[in-house]
Design a protein around this ligand. Structure first.
Ligand SMILES: [Zn+2]
Length: 236
């Protein structure tokens, strides 16, 4: 993160500032902190309770039959249910609003670049339903409002949990930050490896896909854009 360490900034996520906004109230609030087996439950994680697991299971059985497998074979008996739960998890961000993570902001007299680099994510390519994984780098220029740094990672995580294309993921994250934080500039750079490129089709392991979305001053002013891209390059 690039910030003046001599005063509290976005990094002091738990500090109390003159914020007038309350944290997002969502259906997740009702969930308990610990699950039945005692593991910690992340209340900020999206849920996808509306997913029709039985329908996915039946579809997976059909796919197995269609490729010439026997879905009743011992090793495959539990596969449809497992895959159904996996899809529910992978697409848990489909119906949630990732912008809810940006509701709690702090008034802060800091007007230099805030950069969070190397936010890892895993998403699903909507063309092949195969994963693409990589890192997002987010920089923004605040206009009196900063957000907890982990919230930027939450936004990436949730936008990624949908059938996606990398280009849209990059733009969605940039638009949300520009909109919800009224940021004067936003730069989002995403680099990732697509399974649909590496394990099928042209089969090119190691190939990287890089996308960027510039908003505000980073889009309009070449000098500012060069500066932020230089910072991202150095930090990542
Ligand atoms: Zn693909």
């Amino acid at each position: 993160m690039i910030a003046d360490s001599s005063r509290p900034t976005a990094s002091s996520e738990n500090s109390v500032s003159n914020t007038t906004e309350k944290p997002a109230q969502t259906h997740q609030e009702s969930r308990s902190r610990t699950s039945e087996n005692g593991f910690f439950v992340d209340r900020n994680a999206p849920t996808n309770d509306g997913v029709d697991l039985a329908r996915i299971e039946s579809a997976v059985r059909s796919i197995l039959s269609a490729v010439g497998e026997d879905p009743e074979r011992n090793g495959l008996l539990e596969t449809p249910a497992r895959v159904a739960r996996m899809y529910a998890e992978m697409f848990a961000g489909l119906k949630s609003d990732p912008g809810r993570h940006l509701k709690k902001v702090f008034d802060e007299d800091y007007d230099e670049i805030v950069l969070v680099s190397d936010i890892s994510f895993c998403s699903m390519c909507e063309h092949h339903l195969l994963p693409f994984t990589g890192k997002a780098h987010i920089a923004y220029l605040p206009s009196g409002k900063v957000v907890g740094l982990s919230k930027l990672a939450r936004v990436v995580e949730e936008v990624a949990r949908r059938p996606q294309v990398q280009e849209r993921l990059t733009q969605t994250v940039a638009d949300l930050i520009e909109d919800r934080l009224s940021a004067r500039g936003v730069a989002v750079v995403v680099e990732s490896t697509h399974s649909c490129m590496t394990m099928r089709g042209v089969r090119k392991p190691g190939s990287m896909c890089l996308t960027s979305a510039m908003r505000g001053i980073f889009r309009d002013d070449p000098k500012s854009r060069a500066e932020v891209l230089g910072l991202i390059d150095r930090a990542s």
